[in-house]
Design a protein around this ligand. Structure first.
Ligand code: SAM
Length: 270
């Protein structure tokens, strides 16, 4: 049996009884970061042997794990936090195990995306988990453009040092929709920041900690997808507006400061 075992995303008390039991009983624990997981295992007095299983070694170690599963042993996969295989290693191993007739068993528990969604106040009846957006600007913009047509609530993961730029891109591509930043879930500084994207950007300061970003889906009554800021600015110039007025109009439309627009257009050499 291959167990996919949830671990806490901050608060150790979110470890489940069943997770502790399974982690004690299996022959092997495959962990994304053995040092981090060692602390968790020590805390819960779990003495099961561990093997490193991360993005870099997932193929070679995946094969070793498969051999042990085929030999009749049981293995539990854990990530650094939350559910394995959700923006974390695990999915490839699940496929490999299924292809080889191994049974898979979930040990549910903490997950950042769903914890954020249920407290967001946004529509929870239909949602789309988008995980981390691509890092390169071109791919990220394409990714966001596609998502902007979605009518479901969209859930992203993002690192704090990229958060501000990411939110600015969201504002540009999605328009000034209602959004939520769920920060440091289950930890001491847990907070939910709710509002229009532009308001959240204004109050963001220097983002610290871990964030889930949620944005409302496209409304049926919304006009066709917004052109992006640069295209809008170029169109105004073509219509004969001088640069200063075009910048002022673009700032108004996209609800950002003229200085932000200036910096962006300089970067894009427009
Ligand atoms: N597997 C995990 C899960 O089930 O939620 C997600 C792991 S992913 C590598 C890490 C990202 O999840 C972080 O960058 C952040 O966006 C989000 N995250 C994880 N823990 C969080 C927390 N306590 N509060 C807010 N976001 C969190």
């Amino acid at each position: 049996m291959l167990y996919l075992c949830a671990t806490p995303i901050g608060n150790l008390e979110d470890m489940t009884f069943r997770a502790i039991k399974i982690l004690r009983e299996v022959n092997l624990i495959a962990a994304e970061d053995t040092r981090r997981t060692r602390k968790l295992l020590t805390h819960f007095e779990i003495h099961t042997p561990m093997i490193r299983f991360d993005e870099n070694c997932k193929e070679s170690v995946g094969e070793k794990i498969l051999q042990r599963l085929l030999a009749g042993e049981s293995v539990a996969v854990v990530s650094d936090a939350g559910l394995p295989a959700i923006s974390d290693p695990g999915a490839d191993l699940v496929k490999l195990a299924i292809d080889n007739g191994i049974k898979i068993c979930p040990i549910p528990g903490a997950n950042a995306a769903l914890s954020a969604l249920i407290c967001s106040g946004l529509d929870t009846s239909k949602f789309l988990f988008a995980g981390f957006a691509p890092k390169t600007k071109k791919n990220r913009r394409e990714f966001l453009q596609k998502l902007s047509a979605s009518e479901e609530t969209i859930i992203f993961y993002e690192a704090p040092h990229r958060l501000k730029i990411f939110m600015e891109e969201l504002a540009e591509i999605f328009g000034d929709r209602q959004a939520v930043l769920a920060r440091e879930l289950t930890k001491i500084h847990e907070e939910f920041l709710r509002g229009k994207i532009s308001e959240l950007i204004k109050n963001l300061g220097e983002p610290r900690g871990e964030f889930v970003v949620l944005i409302e889906g496209k409304k049926f009554s919304e006009p066709p997808p917004e052109e992006n800021l640069s295209d809008f600015y170029k169109k105004l110039l073509e219509q004969g507006l001088d640069k200063k007025s075009a910048m002022r109009e673009a700032a108004k439309k996209f609800n950002v400061s003229r200085r932000d627009i200036y910096n962006k257009l300089i970067k894009e050499e427009i």
